[in-house]
Design a protein around this ligand. Structure first.
Ligand SMILES: NC(=O)c1ccc[n+]([C@@H]2O[C@H](COP(=O)([O-])OP(=O)(O)OC[C@H]3O[C@@H](n4cnc5c(N)ncnc54)[C@H](OP(=O)(O)O)[C@@H]3O)[C@@H](O)[C@H]2O)c1
Length: 315
């Protein structure tokens, strides 16, 4: 209860106005090429990740895609190679398995490639409380823990190689976690589970991890920023039941835009000189915005850091 009051006091009307303004703001564009650079993207088999991979390839970047589906990955890499003549590789990791994410993380760590941009995009929305084989709630593991594990494994390599931008594809949905995280109840025994709540908490956790990684990367050439990719029509949520899908197709998708706008924003945030030296910030597409108060709680960020190291088997 004390925590609820603490956050409520930090909500400001000016933030609401800024959100309204940013919703209508023009999406900035970057026309510079990114030839011979390497971009790593998770969840590039559909939606935002797929269009982002194509956008970077169009500008000459080489790609490593981290996906869970071998067949889709093969087809997409073939398509992108043929369309743009760049190098496209893929690695397979199902983010519901910590061991898969670790394996890919250590492969990237051990290789001598330089990563110029690392885009954490893989995500899921679930109306049902589901636990992975690691016994962690699905959305927390896929939308948050996977990105933490990769960043944690790669953090020293990135610092040494210099000049890397990490981008977290987050969401305005983090604002659904009005009460913040409940790190002592990650299995939702004492809290009522809902899709919005689990999604909000996972995205809030990712923003809290951004605070800690940003501290870690201080005085280096590595930056880490997060973004809301707009409300765009993708496969997100298609894994849920009929009622949810009916609601999505008839209401959410009708107002949603093309994920090409998200790709445009992710290109700008990754390449534009205007983002040089910018780190630890949340953007709605290309407009900087203040996250909700629970996503700015440094005390919880510290607790989450230690817990994530344990959960991710990184001790
Ligand atoms: N769409 C929106 O309006 C919206 C708004 C705010 C934020 N976002 C965020 O944008 C990101 C991309 O979502 P999207 O809208 O493009 O949805 P999408 O079309 O469903 O794409 C999600 C991607 O994540 C991958 N993925 C899902 N579960 C995975 C797992 N267990 N292991 C590895 N990869 C997995 C999917 O792979 P498969 O193809 O194998 O399923 C797919 O490549 C997510 O982080 C989402 O939260 C989206």
């Amino acid at each position: 209860m004390i925590r609820v009051n603490k956050y409520w006091k930090e909500y400001k009307l000016s933030q609401m106005w800024a959100m309204r303004r940013n919703k209508k703001a023009e999406i900035k564009e970057c026309d510079e090429d990114f030839k011979e650079k390497l971009v790593v993207i998770t969840g590039a088999t559909s939606g935002i990740g797929y269009y982002t991979a194509r956008k970077y390839a169009l500008h000459g970047a080489n790609l490593i895609l981290i996906n869970r589906n071998e067949e889709k990955s093969f087809t997409i890499c073939e398509e992108i190679r043929q369309d743009f003549g760049i190098e496209c590789e893929y690695k397979i990791a199902d983010f519901t398995r910590i061991s898969d994410v670790q394996k890919v993380g250590y492969e990237l760590l051990d290789s001598d490639i330089k990563i110029d941009i690392l885009i954490h995009n893989a995500g899921v929305y679930s109306t049902k409380k589901i636990f992975t084989e690691d016994n962690i709630e699905l959305v927390f593991q896929v939308d948050y823990l996977g990105s933490f594990i990769l960043n944690y494994i790669l953090k020293d390599k990135l610092k040494t190689q210099g000049n890397t931008r990490i981008i977290l594809v987050n969401s305005e949905g983090h604002r659904f976690a009005i009460l913040g995280l409940s790190l002592d109840d990650l299995d939702w025994e004492d809290h009522h589970y809902s899709g919005l709540r689990s999604y909000g908490k996972a995205k809030t956790a990712q923003l809290l991890s951004m605070i800690s990684f940003d501290d870690y990367f201080k005085d280096s050439e590595v930056s880490i920023n997060a973004m809301h990719p707009g409300s765009v029509k993708t496969n997100m949520g298609e894994n849920n039941g009929k009622i949810y899908r009916f609601f999505k197709h008839h209401f959410v998708d009708r107002a949603a835009k093309s994920p090409e706008i998200s790709a445009q924003a992710l290109y700008y945030l990754g390449v534009s000189n205007e983002i040089n030296g910018v780190s630890g910030k949340f953007f709605r597409l290309t407009s900087e915005e203040e996250p909700a108060p629970p996503a700015l709680d440094r005390e919880v960020a510290d607790e989450l850091w230690s817990l994530s190291i344990k959960l991710g088997g990184l001790e």
